[in-house]
Design a protein around this ligand. Structure first.
Ligand code: N01
Length: 540
């Protein structure tokens, strides 16, 4: 089909999304002299940090490294106020970046892309928004995030519920006042674990509906000390190099000691020290926590003991104790007084695996053990991760084939960057890349830099089309699968890494678990070998 003639705006590149990924992509494209437009559904920049305004929302990565590294002046001038930045501070940071780099003039806000169609005539992409506007470009880059498609549970009769309900990822900008209300929270992942202690302090009563008990590590948040901020700024080059050299994009390495290389007493002391220090570093305690179940059991049991010590009621503590998956095989949350919250008189825990939710009623939620009266409901039920944000757009490639059909059995990509049959389309942190297993800004910068270099290469070689091959995608898919199975990650059967949280979603382990540093090296080698696994077509 040839529909580009109808387009209202044509640029070299179209980018979808103005979060961390889209903003940096736009900046790099401009630097290289490409014309680019960003289409953003929200009315402001920020992506994840624009939408997720739920109580307690803050980043689990520490603020000084959950940030861009590409601009020395930017990282020197920005002052983080807390060890873990809250949502509003990260949004302020991204607003600052957008202003400082003069990005807004190329961003069209309030444009939700409904359709992206490869134009057989021009070989470029034509996008249509849900309001019917059209945009065209030779290259399309999706910067739609991995966790941006809300997963709203299919609770029978939800429409009869008389109170208000919210999904944490679509939180009202004006906020929600829970004072005097009976609130229900469904979900105890990273989001629920952040929101529950804050809501409990405000609500008259909070009922938590838990399906899977979770391991959680205390965050130990606090103000950013001036001395630490100074030290970070003096050492940013080294910190960023370490981030790029690690498995997860954090500025610390996973220990090279196996868990059983030390005595039980020493092991416990190491866990205690990391528990006291707080944060995601806990999972880096030993080399084999994610590869050896016995090693993992030592960390899991340490956390179980902490839960029993913290929660006063032994029956509640038992319900909160995770037993069905190894530690860190689901993304480990970090918290501020999460387990302590269950000692409050105004908090009730309902195990919905034991007594599943049956239906919503006009006055609450009914489980098989009875009805819980509620004035409002909060769904901290996560996202249709990785594939959802892409499949929400009707993307049609060669011959009009829909990505939804091509991925009916699960995502198939080369490097998480391209899909066979979808030439000139790049997916930042797409399925098959390390993405959600890393500190996202680090993974995003690596992808954006690679895509920018690739586009520059295409221009300098007079190429107008790049597409990956079926063979390359199949071989990469096998590597993604093998990398996952070298770890314990697939053992978490309810994990969103596997798509298990969304009813009917194919069970495929989606992110690449081989580590960000090794992955980035591999991407460099692919480029150096003349874009091995991609077919480049010169201008006729
Ligand atoms: O979502 P989740 P999230 N009935 O999918 C439950 C990132 N993040 O928004 O485990 C009842 O992890 C579900 O139960 P189960 C981070 O990467 C980052 O919390 O599927 N319960 C689970 O308890 C994180 O991993 C930050 O059995 C239902 C919960 O809802 C990712 O976002 C902060 C249900 C969903 O947990 C997603 O976290 C917050 C149903 N029908 C999040 N459906 C940072 O700090 C689902 N559940 C950067």
């Amino acid at each position: 089909m040839t529909i580009a003639q109808e387009s209202t705006e044509t640029t070299d590149v179209l980018v979808v999304g103005a979060g961390f990924a889209g903003l940096y992509m736009l900046h790099r494209l401009r630097d290289l002299g490409f014309s680019a437009t960003v289409l953003e559904a929200g009315d402001g920049v920020g992506g994840t940090w624009y939408w997720n305004r739920y109580p307690g929302a803050r980043c689990d990565s520490e603020s000084y490294y959950y940030s861009y590294s590409f601009d020395e002046a930017l990282q020197q001038e920005w002052e983080w106020t807390e060890r873990y930045a809250e949502q509003s501070e990260i949004l302020r940071y991204l607003d600052h970046v957008a202003d400082r780099l003069d990005l807004r003039r190329s961003i069209r806000f309030g444009r939700r892309v409904a359709e992206a169609v490869l134009d057989d005539g021009t070989g470029g992409w034509v996008l249509r928004t849900d309001a019917g506007e059209r945009y065209a470009a030779r290259f399309l880059v999706t910067a739609v995030g991995c966790l941006s498609s809300a997963n709203i549970p299919r609770i029978p009769a939800l429409e009869t519920f008389g109170g208000r309900w919210f999904h944490t990822g679509r939180w009202p900008h004006e906020g929600v006042d829970f004072t005097g209300l009976r609130v229900g929270v469904v979900g105890t992942g990273s989001t629920g674990i952040q929101a529950i202690p804050v809501i409990a302090e405000q609500a008259a009563h909070l009922t938590v509906f838990q399906r899977t008990a979770n391991y959680s590590i205390p965050a130990r948040n606090g103000p950013m000390e001036a001395a630490f901020q100074r030290e970070v700024k003096e050492n940013y080059a080294e910190i960023r190099n370490t981030q790029r050299a690690t498995i997860n994009g954090h500025p610390f390495h996973v220990s090279d000691r196996p868990a059983f290389s030390v005595s039980e007493q020493e092991r416990t002391a190491i866990y205690e020290e990391l528990w006291g220090r707080g944060g995601l570093r806990f999972r880096a305690a030993f080399a084999d926590l994610l590869t050896d179940k016995d090693a993992n059991d030592t960390a899991a049991e340490f956390i179980r003991t902490k839960i029993r010590e913290t929660v006063h009621d032994p029956a509640v503590a038992e319900k909160l104790t995770p037993r069905d998956h190894p530690f860190a095989t689901k993304r480990p949350p970090i918290d501020t007084r999460y387990f302590e919250t269950y000692n409050r008189d105004n908090v009730t825990l309902v195990d919905v695996r034991e007594s599943p939710i049956v239906e919503a009623t006009p006055t609450g939620l009914r489980t098989t053990s009875g009805e819980y009266p509620l004035d409002c409901l909060v769904f901290a039920t996560g996202f249709d991760a990785l594939t959802g944000p892409l499949l929400n757009i009707d993307i049609r490639g060669d011959g009009g084939r829909a990505l939804r059909d091509v991925w009916a059995e699960g995502p198939r990509t080369y490097l998480g960057l391209q899909v066979p049959g979808f030439p000139n389309l790049f997916t930042i942190t797409g399925p098959g890349s390390p993405s959600v297993l890393t500190n996202m800004p680090t993974a995003i910068e690596q992808h954006v830099d690679w895509i920018a270099a690739c586009l520059r290469h295409l221009r300098s070689t007079g190429s107008e089309r790049i597409e990956t091959t079926d063979d390359a995608a199949d071989a990469w898919g096998a590597q993604v699968n093998a990398a996952a199975h070298r770890t314990l990650l697939p053992m978490a059967e309810s994990s969103w890494y596997l798509g298990a949280n969304v009813p009917g979603k194919p069970r495929v382990f989606m992110p690449y678990a081989g580590g960000l540093a090794a992955y980035a090296r591999h991407c460099e080698e692919v480029a150096a070998a003349g874009y091995d696994g991609f077919r480049l077509t010169q201008v006729r």
